[in-house]
Structures are given as structure tokens and as C-alpha cells.
Design a protein around this ligand. Structure first.
Ligand code: TRP
Length: 333
């Protein structure tokens, strides 16, 4: 494991390592730099990718099963109810490229139903896990081409060339993951997708809709406290991989709907003043001060369609549930 340890170069970092802790990081120099940059802002924040260690991934799966957490089950029902139209919109030949495929669980319905000449290209940053999932999928869908790519989808990455002129690329981006990006980053991600599939390509995307704040706030602050544990687990993860010394018991989970920016905000609020070390830097967190950990943007149908249009996407179809809680839309470039 030690071969991948990052050591900061004080010559290039504006935040040179302050102590020996920074020499034992399980993250690389770029990640350490990003952590320090976000954490040392006047409004401290932490990158949400650190939610997902083993425990965090399990807690996230538990969130998806909660009564209060409607998005997963609503999106699944929209897919079930409209699968025939969706597979026709994807087309008879080409590739379905899933950004951030993880366990590919939500994709099984599509894999079962898509035209046989459509290959599945799961893209995920976690290469080992991706290979495991791909092997499993090849066993379960022996007739389907499965071509995984290990990549960070937030940066441009290369796809192999298509073999046939008639086939088209469709990006699949479910789960309202787009909502976890700030508007500018969401727009540039949509543009990157557009550039990747080229003219005539597609985008099948799930996004969460604006609704009563009480429904939204319950979804991100459930009675059993699973989301609270998930949020707090980020601190434990950083203690392990980034030389941090967070005291989990001294933070509380705060989630609320910001109705000016149409987003759920998740924070960790300190219950006392404390000095925190992280990735070779340190700062004081005051009593009551909040560390931002996640945004989850909620869209209007028109607002989302406009944002996508500004990135070169024309909406072809949109499917929703009877409550209009969630939407899945097909765009064409
Ligand atoms: N994209 C989903 C959402 O915003 C899932 C998700 C991402 C999530 N990060 C989260 C859910 C943090 C709860 C807490 O709802």
C-alpha cells in the first residue's frame, strides 16, 4: 500500500505540509491539495467523494431503502413503467455509457431489455470494483457486450472508436447525480457528455424535481438517522486516509432545503470549538460552525431542459411518476 502514498512537494503547494501526519496519507498529493483548499475556505467544505469508503457505500445502500428516501424507488418505477419506450429511444445498435456505474444495479433492467447490438460501457473511478462488477455482469448477461472503462468521469476520457457507422453512443446518468454538482460544473459535465457522443448521440438522465420542502428535508434527514451516520462517516474516513483528527461525537448532521438555490444542503455542525488537522493543514472550527459536505439540486422540468439545451442537448422524451417527484429524460445532440 505504501507505494501509492503521496508526499507533498512544498515547492508547488501553497499549503505546505505542517507536520509528519502528511507523510502518512493514503491519498495522493492532488487529493491532499484539494482537501486543504476546500477545508481552508472561509466556509469550510469537504469533497463528497469521501463519503464512499466501504462503510459509506453500505450506508448509502441503506439510505436508498429508507421510507423517506423517495428518489431511488421513484426512479426505478419510472424505468419499469417506461422501459419499452426507453430502449427504443436508446436505439438498435451502439453503446450505453454509464457515468459512475458503481454496482450497476439500476442498469440491470436496461441490460435485460435493450436491443442485443447495444454494448454496455460502465465507467467508474474504482477500477478493481469495476472489473468485479463487469465479470459478474458478463456471467449474468452472456449475450451482451460489456466494455468497462476505469476513469474519473468528471474529467474528459477517451472511448474506443465505434466499429459501425450506424451505431450511436448514449450516455446514461441516473440517480440525480447531476444534482450533486454546482450549476457551473453540472453544465460543463453536460457539455463534456455532448462532446463525447457527438452529433446524433443521446443522453438518458435522471434528475430530482422541486417539491414540498418537508418531503425533501425528510429524505435527507431520516428518523432512524442513517443519513446522519452517512454524513458523519465522512469524518471517520478522512481520519483514516487523510491524517485527520475529527471527533465524530462533536459534530451533528444538518440537512435543509435552500429554496433560493433550489438545493438540499448537507453540513456537519461542530458542537464546540476545536482545532482540526487534515492532510497536513489545520484550522479552528468554532462552536456552531458548519462544514459543507453535499449539495443535491432540485430542478423544474423547464429549468433542467434549459440547462441541458445550453450544453447542446435537445429533449426528445421525458418520463415522470404520478406525483412528479422525479424525472428521467432522453436528450439528443
Ligand atoms: N444523487 C442522489 C441525491 O442527491 C444520491 C446522493 C448523493 C445522496 N449524495 C448523497 C443522498 C448524500 C443522500 C446523501 O439524492
Amino acid at each position: 500500500m505504501s507505494s501509492t502514498l503521496g508526499i507533498d512537494s512544498p515547492a508547488t503547494s501553497p499549503f505546505p505540509p505542517a507536520d509528519s501526519a502528511s507523510r502518512n496519507l493514503l491519498i495522493d498529493a492532488n487529493e491532499a491539495e484539494e482537501l486543504r483548499r476546500e477545508f481552508l475556505q472561509p466556509q469550510p467544505s469537504l469533497p463528497s467523494k469521501y463519503f464512499y469508503d466501504q462503510t459509506g457505500s453500505e450506508l448509502f445502500d441503506a439510505i436508498c431503502e429508507l421510507d423517506e428516501y423517495y428518489p431511488t424507488r421513484t426512479e426505478a418505477s419510472i424505468m419499469q413503467d417506461n422501459i419499452d419506450e426507453m430502449v427504443d429511444a436508446i436505439g438498435t445498435a451502439g453503446r450505453l455509457i454509464e457515468y459512475g456505474s458503481g454496482s450497476s444495479l439500476k442498469t440491470r433492467l436496461l441490460l435485460d431489455n435493450m436491443y442485443p447490438e447495444v454494448a454496455y460501457v460502465p465507467v467508474d473511478i474504482s477500477g478493481d470494483y469495476l472489473q468485479q462488477v463487469a465479470d459478474q455482469l458478463r456471467g449474468d448477461f452472456p449475450d451482451r457486450r460489456i466494455d468497462p472503462i476505469a476513469a474519473d468521469f468528471t474529467r474528459p476520457f477517451q472511448l474506443p472508436k465505434q466499429q459501425h457507422a450506424q451505431s450511436r453512443d448514449v450516455v446514461y446518468f441516473p440517480g440525480s447525480t447531476i444534482g450533486n454538482f454546482r450549476p457551473a460544473a453540472a453544465s460543463s459535465l453536460l457539455s463534456q457528455m455532448r462532446n463525447q457522443v457527438g452529433r446524433g448521440g443521446g443522453l438518458l438522465i435522471g434528475f430530482d424535481l422541486q417539491k414540498a420542502p418537508a418531503v425533501l428535508e425528510a429524505a435527507y434527514d431520516d428518523r432512524r438517522g442513517v443519513t446522519a451516520l452517512f454524513n458523519l462517516n465522512l469524518l471517520r474516513h478522512l481520519n483514516r486516509v487523510a491524517g485527520a483528527n475529527f471527533q465524530m461525537e462533536q459534530y451533528r448532521h444538518v440537512a435543509f432545503y435552500n429554496d433560493i438555490n433550489h438545493r438540499i444542503e448537507m453540513h456537519l455542525e461542530s458542537t464546540r470549538e476545536q482545532r482540526v488537522q487534515l492532510a497536513g493543514c489545520s484550522r479552528t472550527i468554532r462552536k456552531g460552525e458548519r462544514i459543507l459536505t453535499e449539495y443535491s439540486h432540485k430542478y423544474s422540468m423547464d429549468g433542467f431542459t434549459r440547462m441541458a439545451a445550453d450544453s447542446g442537448w435537445r429533449r426528445e422524451s421525458v418520463w415522470t411518476d404520478p406525483n412528479e417527484y422525479f424525472a428521467v429524460a432522453m436528450f439528443r445532440s
